[in-house]
Write a protein of this length. Sequence first.
Length: 446
Amino acid sequence: MAYPSPYRAGMSSLGFQWISSLLSDAGFGVERVFLPDDVDAWRKARLPPLSIESHSALGSFPLIAVSVAYELEIAGLVELLRLAGIPPLRRDRRPEHPKLLLGGPLTFSNPLPLLPYADAMLSGEADDVVVPAVEGFFETGDLDHVADLAGGWVPELGTVRVPVAKAEDDHLPARSRLWSSNAELTDMFLLEGERGCHRTCTFCVMRRSTNGGMRLVTPERLLELVPDEAPRVGLVGAAISDHPQLVGLLEALIERGKGVGISSLRADRVALKPDIPRLLRKAGYQTLTVASDAPSQRLRREISKGTTEAHLVACAEAARLHKYRTLKVYMMLGVPGETDEDVDELVRFTRQLAEIHPVALGVAPFVPKVNTPLDGAIFAGIKVVEARLDRVRAGFRGTRAELRPTSARWAWVEHRLATGGPAEGEAVLRAVEEGGSFAAWKRALS
């Protein structure tokens, strides 16, 4: 099982840990390999990526299964394979090279850029199909049988996209076996409180129409799975704060002396259920994190985001009441139909929030995703996004509001991959070979 980012990220991925556990329970010798923190140093030392369990070289395994979370991790996959001495492109590999089975969250949206690298792919939820996929490999020596599995795709047998797989509820909830002080989610036992989402946000891959909406796990089932020795519990799910019994679950975990983390908080739930921010603060939270997703109320309505200004004000007041260090609000700039007036509304309203409590505004450029209603929307452009960030930054001067943007340039790269096909996938290899700078990506994708 390989993860195309460093250990601290891979060990914070519940999907990666869960699939590893399912394969281990089925009797396979599963070893974990992660992208080195310093790829250049490993390349200069001519060291291959090594497994955590036996320090075996990645290239020595007959089958490599890789979980890819998002578009830019394709570069990490390329780096892993190059360090291991494995030709990244499928067409360049020989029979003695390992076979590559790819999957992960990226397959819910647009897996086409992965096709040049994959011998086979499992799209969607792999809980029910990953064991048959691996069993078949060790029986036959190839992965052609994957095409017969739900979500299975063998590029050499056809390029027509297959529907994503949906796992049976019997496999829920996913949970981790290990927790690490060196992971991004430090010392945290990860546990899936629900799967999917019942909301209809038009920009989101995990909206209601994807794999049947929201599937709940009862608090009783969740609590019986928490190990006594686990110091912290991370409740994971696309809409975990919508779980109708979340407050009782948090209370039970805190009574057992557990620290608690939650993967996503909806501002309307924080506003309607004030016990949520109270309990999270009691469990050790320093930052209350919610999302507004668009810069104005008009745009939030247009993307079917139910968050209102009143909800966000209630979140700021809860952060002040319970003495959180910061209220962090995630949102996007460059949303379709966005104008300077929308950006000015964002500045005005964030200044209002900052008068209540210090605010950190986490801004990501909007990137349209395949398999959503906004598939086909236009990326606003690097210059447009940077100009709007400057407008926001200037508007925050002298306030308790802080701007924390992600790169508009790398959002452009993500956009090209998110809406691209196998040709854009091969461009990743060229960009990595030329050093991985933005200029290298721009040349490769052009």
